[in-house]
Write a protein that binds this ligand. Structure first.
Ligand SMILES: *Cc1c(COP(=O)(O)O)cnc(C)c1O
Length: 369
């Protein structure tokens, strides 16, 4: 079976976890500090580690003082985590359409959904590409919006020569088991805004004021004050130990993802039944590989037939504005989302695949459609 995605771990990760277990300090400590230092160097900006990507989004929005009555613009074609992070603040996720080529948020559609309550926009870097991110920032600046990038798919991606996370307002990454790097579960917030960074450092530890610095040294605050609502959103040393090893070999992991995506593109190039994303995989580090098959009527049948040949596929994503919790009657149609949502299919992509696997998947897709 060629899996759609999987965690890819080596001896270094296993040894690092064993080291943490042997030291018998499993909570948030020195390893988390070390992971944050490495990430800060990677991005060139302050970085706070948290328990997953969803909590990174949640805390970032809260740090921007987004709450009940506020609205956040977000593409409908995203993981449910983006929407849940917004509603967890008591704010309203406002579903926006996507650009039909890049599958990232269409800021012109977002513009039509602005209200006096709109406080932020959450672009999601679909599959690893950022779409027209510069235009999103221009739109946000003109309309006085915070930008919280859901960069869960885009760890390592370069945009105009700069790493996602190294520029802009706030970027949130996920290190869950199948992302470009993993720490088991995990995530981080990257920003130059020290109010956001300091807010997240306290809020991830139940709001205990300035507890992070003590925890890094294996200590904790016994005599403390709390000024705001917090959560148990910190990262553990076990997770950080995995994350550090993954980050140290990220260049190799990224290269395999990029070369597999290039190979898929090459095989599909010239086949007008199959459309692929307009990504340059010298810059984009792809988390998933998605194709669109215009006019596809029976996606489930295609998925089943691929599975019979030992190929696992998926659909990224269900449209969030169709879900019971988020659907609203006065939402004007999301034309691109609705016409393409049933025509996209995600093919296997992970660093443990070989070129033979990629070719096998691509050839079988071509045969079956
Ligand atoms: C993975 C993911 C998240 C959330 O990350 P977790 O670490 O799983 O909480 C958010 N948004 C998108 C688009 C993702 O793919």
């Amino acid at each position: 079976m060629i899996k759609i995605s999987k965690s890819c771990l080596g001896d270094l990760e296993k040894k690092a976890v064993l080291d943490v277990l042997n030291r018998e300090f499993l909570g948030m400590g020195q390893d988390v500090l070390n992971f944050e230092k490495l990430l800060s160097a990677f991005f060139g900006r302050p970085t706070v580690c948290v328990v997953n990507g969803t909590s990174a989004l949640h805390l970032s929005l809260l740090a921007c003082r987004i709450g009940p009555g506020d609205e956040v613009l977000v593409p409908s074609l995203t993981y449910i985590a983006s929407f849940q992070a917004i509603s967890a603040c008591g704010a309203k996720p406002v579903a926006c359409d996507v650009n039909p080529e890049t599958l990232t948020i269409d800021w012109k559609d977002a513009f039509t959904r602005l209200t006096p309550n709109t406080k932020a926009i959450m672009p999601m870097h679909y599959a690893g590409g950022v779409g027209h991110l510069q235009e999103v920032y221009t739109f946000a600046r003109k309309n006085n919006l915070r930008v919280v990038e859901d960069a869960a798919h885009a760890f390592g991606t370069l945009y105009h020569g700069e790493r996602v996370g190294s520029f802009g307002d706030i970027a949130c990454f996920s290190f869950d088991g199948i992302k470009n790097i993993t720490s088991g579960e995990g995530g981080c917030i990257v920003s130059n805004d020290m109010d956001v960074i300091n807010f997240a450092k306290d809020a991830r530890l139940l709001g205990v004021h300035k507890d992070s610095e003590k925890r890094y040294n294996g200590d904790r605050s016994w005599d403390f004050d709390v000024f705001a609502q917090g959560w148990r959103y910190h990262m553990s040393n076990i997770m950080a130990a995995i994350g550090i090893q993954q980050l140290l070999r990220f260049e190799d992991l990224a290269k395999i993802r990029q070369s597999h995506a290039k190979l898929y593109d090459k095989i599909f190039n010239g086949d007008n039944r199959i459309k692929y994303l307009p990504n340059n995989y010298c810059d984009v580090v792809p988390h998933i590989y998605v194709v669109r098959i215009p006019g596809l009527r029976n996606r489930l049948e295609l998925q089943e037939k691929l599975l019979e040949r030992g190929i696992q596929t998926g659909f990224h994503y269900q449209l969030n504005h169709k879900l019971s919790l988020y659907k609203s009657d006065n939402c004007s149609p999301l034309i691109n989302c609705e016409s393409l949502a049933h025509e996209i299919i995600t093919l296997p992509l992970h660093p443990d695949m070989s070129e033979i696997d990629v070719t096998f998947v691509a050839d079988n897709l071509k045969k079956l459609i």
